[in-house]
Ligand binder design. Structure first.
Ligand SMILES: *[C@@H]1O[C@H](CO)[C@@H](O)[C@H](O)[C@H]1NC(C)=O
Ligand SMILES: *[C@@H]1O[C@H](CO)[C@@H](O)[C@H](O)[C@H]1NC(C)=O
Ligand SMILES: *[C@@H]1O[C@H](CO)[C@@H](O)[C@H](O)[C@H]1NC(C)=O
Length: 163
């Protein structure tokens, strides 16, 4: 840490000795403090925004069938993307390099319209369904490809009426 601060200070001093840059917006000299803030910012982005650990995100279960209710509505899965990890090289993109398939269980209730009772919805007895999801376990920076990336929010497969 001390060595890093020393190196940064040397770098800042060197920059200041050889140039007197002007901040375009404020028309004032860039101070050593400004450089220190920019270095600190860079260090924070490298630490917190590194493309390595997948981040937890909510993935919703397919809800195209409005008569079916899932409990919970979605799940928490880890994902790699350019929103979770910052690649230094702009030609690269943060992608999953290791994945796993996870089985998750949901309570499902199918709501049915009962005729003759003012279209009142009647709850059917709840069932348990098992869904397979993809979870990202490691991220890495990879060369950007123009091929379509798979949709993060789709299920891999469904095992209906699992009990
Ligand atoms: C999503 O819902 C549609 C319409 O109900 C159904 O055809 C499809 O199989 C479902 N897909 C999954 C993955 O559950
Ligand atoms: C998904 O992977 C992450 C690691 O990337 C792990 O911490 C998490 O527990 C996994 N989620 C499930 C549902 O297995
Ligand atoms: C990529 O996506 C576009 C638009 O969604 C589609 O027309 C095209 O067929 C896809 N290409 C491949 C290789 O999947």
């Amino acid at each position: 840490m001390a060595i890093r601060i020393l190196l940064c200070t040397i770098a800042i001093l060197t920059l200041l000795l050889y140039s007197k840059p002007i901040d375009a917006n404020h028309k004032r000299s860039i101070t050593a403090d400004d450089y220190a803030r920019a270095f600190d910012h860079g260090a924070r982005v490298r630490a917190e925004g590194m493309c390595h650990n997948p981040h937890p995100t909510i993935v919703y279960v397919n809800t195209t069938d409005p008569s079916k209710v899932y409990m919970p509505r979605g799940t928490v899965l880890h994902r790699c993307s350019d929103r979770t990890g910052c690649c230094t090289d702009p030609t690269k993109t943060c992608e999953p390099i290791e994945m796993q398939t996870v089985e998750l269980y949901f309570i499902t209730i199918t709501l049915q319209v009962q005729n003759g009772h003012r279209n009142r919805r009647v709850r059917q007895s709840p069932k348990v369904e098992k869904f397979m999801f993809t979870n990202h376990t490691l991220c890495g920076c990879r060369e950007r490809t123009n091929s379509n990336t798979s949709n993060d929010n789709t299920l891999d497969s469904v095992d209906n009426d699992f009990r």
